[in-house]
Design a protein around this ligand. Structure first.
Ligand SMILES: Nc1nc2c(c(=O)[nH]1)N[C@H]1C(S)=C(S)[C@@H](COP(=O)(O)O)O[C@H]1N2
Ligand SMILES: [Mo]
Length: 390
């Protein structure tokens, strides 16, 4: 699926909400074509604390105006800096517990069957701080499916994990020693063999940008961003589990679970994407005839499980169904929603959204035991209330 709308900022100036009411042309557009501001529409700033984002790169939620995140606005997280790789000399090696180890050039991978998928990536640390809120984006990623390549190499029965190694490296202190290590993450053999994973070399129709993994990265749809290893050099099948920094120490969630009336502390490696939604902005809409109304606009995503509903709640009132964008949908991509609020009373209001998926999972409230018992910030998906003054 390919969709790459033109980018227009139409009156929204980066970081400057005060300017939002200015320079609005009179061109009412269907909201999904470009859900930025319509004529006569102004942004109501959130008043509860600092505005989300923007980090060095990444989304500033109130400015969200395209389903596809342009490459230059897409957040980048690189633990050992940006690796500089010579694509001509670059090789992808497939080794370890396989019958037929292989090496591919990038050109060879490009000659294999090509897929383009719209996939939302979110860093599992997104929301860890008020200044780290924009680490999510949605792009069209192009590459070749991973499963047929692994099948061709033949994973031996001893293989339990598939490790994806990046070209980037750094020093890690482990007990008494310091060791130079490459970035790596692993997936179990069944997870790695999922037909959805692919080796990616294009982002939004352009060559994969250097900071996003040029010339080659994994894209693992439905998983938190960390699974999608950039600057991919080696895929290695192991007969045991990898327990490096990114599997076993960092990116580990500590969660209390109830077992037989006792709290058990569980440490698990960051995994698949938790269902999540956020109200990105609230606007005031003045109509030629009739009263003005407020519109909430936001976005929701899951691990690929279809979204059943997105609801919004105003000041502890009943949950009201939001309208889902029916035009821009893809299994692993985020979905826009809107809620038109006709009779907003003057004063301060608290607004929040929640998404429910087809399995019946509901995005938890911040005071839900599952959130209160989660002691590390990874995989944060609590409902996110926002305050506005009407
Ligand atoms: N080689 C390598 N791959 C990596 C990382 C990294 O530091 N090195 N960071 C991971 C993390 S934590 C995230 S959230 C995603 C971010 O992808 P992006 O930088 O393209 O947005 O890349 C993942 N892949
Ligand atoms: Mo991340």
């Amino acid at each position: 699926m390919r969709y790459n709308p033109p980018i227009s900022r139409r009156g929204l100036v980066k970081g400057g909400l005060a300017a939002a009411g200015l320079a609005l042309a009179n061109w009412p557009l269907p909201v999904w074509a470009l859900p930025a501001l319509e004529a006569g529409e102004t942004v109501l700033p959130f008043i509860d604390g600092p505005q989300p984002g923007p980090p060095a790169r990444g989304l500033h939620w109130p400015d969200l105006d395209s389903w596809i995140t342009p490459n230059e606005k897409f957040f980048a997280v690189s633990h050992y800096g940006t690796a500089k790789v010579d694509a001509q000399k670059h090789r992808l090696e497939i080794s370890g517990w396989v019958e037929r180890p292989r090496t591919f050039t990038v050109a060879e991978l490009k000659s294999l069957p090509k897929v383009t998928e719209t996939v939302t990536l979110e860093c599992s640390g997104n929301g860890a701080a008020k200044t780290f809120m924009g680490a999510a984006g949605n792009a069209n990623w192009t590459g070749t499916p991973l499963a047929p390549i692994l099948k061709e190499c033949g994973i031996k029965p001893e293989g339990v994990e598939v490790v994806f190694w990046g070209a980037d490296q750094g020093k890690e202190k482990i007990r008494e020693g310091t060791y130079e290590q490459n970035f790596a993450r692993s997936l179990s053999v069944p997870d790695a063999m999922s037909p959805t994973n692919f080796l990616c070399y294009e982002m939004n129709g352009s060559r994969l940008p250097v900071e996003h993994g040029y010339p080659l990265r994994l894209v693992a749809p439905g998983w938190y961003g960390i699974a999608s290893v950039k600057w991919l050099t080696r895929i290695e099948v192991l007969d045991r589990r990898l327990m490096n920094r990114f599997m076993g120490r960092d990116y580990v969630t500590i969660r209390g679970v109830q077992r037989g009336g006792k709290t058990l502390w569980m440490e698990t490696s960051v995994g698949k994407q938790n269902l999540k939604s956020i109200i990105a902005r609230v606007t005031r809409r003045r109509h030629a005839q009739g009263p003005e109304s407020l519109r909430m606009f936001g976005v929701a995503w899951t691990d690929g499980t279809p979204i059943k509903t997105v609801e919004v709640q105003i000041d502890e009132g009943a949950w009201q169904p939001a309208k889902l964008d029916s035009e821009h949908r893809a299994k692993y991509a985020w979905t826009f929603f809107t809620y038109d609020w006709a009779d907003a009373a003057k004063g301060r209001h608290t607004l929040v959204s929640r998404v429910t998926d087809a399995k019946g999972d509901v995005q938890p409230a911040a005071d839900d035991p599952s959130i209160l018992q989660k002691k590390t910030y990874w995989e944060a998906n609590a409902q996110y209330p926002r305050q506005i003054d009407v």
